[in-house]
Design a protein around this ligand. Structure first.
Ligand SMILES: [Zn+2]
Length: 94
């Protein structure tokens, strides 16, 4: 019931809200998560949506991947384009 109320407030379908929640909780289907659970080593957990060979993690999906460029475009802003958001340390366990 709570998720349905959130869904209505955000004007998103329930399935989209659940995808956002899973992404934020680190339970997504991104290779960095899904393949980790399958025992694939970190270097082999690359993005399956492009040919860059980049890590298939949240950072790549949100800021780098050409496959998500169209989804990012409405939020592009000149200030944000100059903002350098560092890639998180993959060895950080905090
Ligand atoms: Zn990619």
């Amino acid at each position: 019931m709570y998720m349905r109320n959130v869904s209505r407030r955000l004007s998103l379908s329930l399935s989209r809200v659940l995808k956002v929640v899973r992404f934020r909780l680190g339970c997504s289907t991104l290779p960095s998560v899904a393949h980790r659970n399958q025992g694939v080593c970190r270097d082999e957990r690359v993005c399956l949506c492009c040919v860059q060979g980049a890590p298939g993690d949240e950072y790549h999906a949100l800021f780098e991947c050409p496959a998500t460029r169209a989804a990012r475009a409405p939020f592009a802003h000149p200030f944000l384009a100059r903002l350098q958001i560092p890639r998180p340390d993959p060895n950080y366990c905090g």
